[in-house]
Design a protein around this ligand. Structure first.
Ligand SMILES: [Zn+2]
Length: 163
């Protein structure tokens, strides 16, 4: 039993991808569309293994002339974006990504979608912390639940899109 990658086309150039990116990952639905721009919603990409990384990088080579927009990147996508520089082609943009915050005061945890250029700036040389978020429960300042240095590393490789 494998958890095949699913492609749910919301629009002509907007697809939500879900499932696990492994050695069976088939990205061919993204090819031969002759699109100049492609929006990839990655919220439900829940696991990526090393064979999956290779398959993704090969797919990106085929898509090198397409302007790619990564939207709602899940934790596992963000980890790969920060570890595998090939995930960001010259024409790719990261629009938004998920981060987990925890409140140490009341033990609430929350997944927040951060918008690049709005919640957090791209292109800084170093990231020491995520943007501040208040606990929805007790209004205390929550802790960014990732190592910002590694989790947010991919942002350093993005051009600052803020005008
Ligand atoms: Zn709280």
């Amino acid at each position: 039993m494998t958890d095949a990658l699913l492609f749910d086309w919301k629009k002509e150039d907007y697809v939500a991808i879900s499932g696990m990116v492994d050695e069976h990952a088939d990205f061919s639905p993204l090819f031969n569309k002759n699109l100049e721009k492609l929006f990839l919603d990655l919220k439900n990409v829940n696991r990526i293994n090393s064979s999956g990384v290779r398959r993704w990088v090969i797919a990106l080579e085929k898509l090198r002339d397409v302007e790619l927009h990564y939207i709602n990147c899940s934790f596992s996508v963000v980890e790969q974006l920060s570890m595998v520089p090939e995930f960001l082609t010259k024409k790719s943009h990261v629009e938004s990504f998920d981060a987990r915050y925890v409140c140490e005061n009341c033990n609430t945890s929350q997944v927040v979608t951060l918008v690049v250029g709005y919640d957090i700036e791209a292109g800084l040389s170093k990231y020491l912390d995520g943007p501040d978020r208040l606990c929805p429960n007790c209004k205390s300042k929550m802790e960014f639940d990732h190592n910002p240095d590694s989790y947010l590393f991919f942002l350093s490789n993005l051009h600052n899109k803020k005008k």
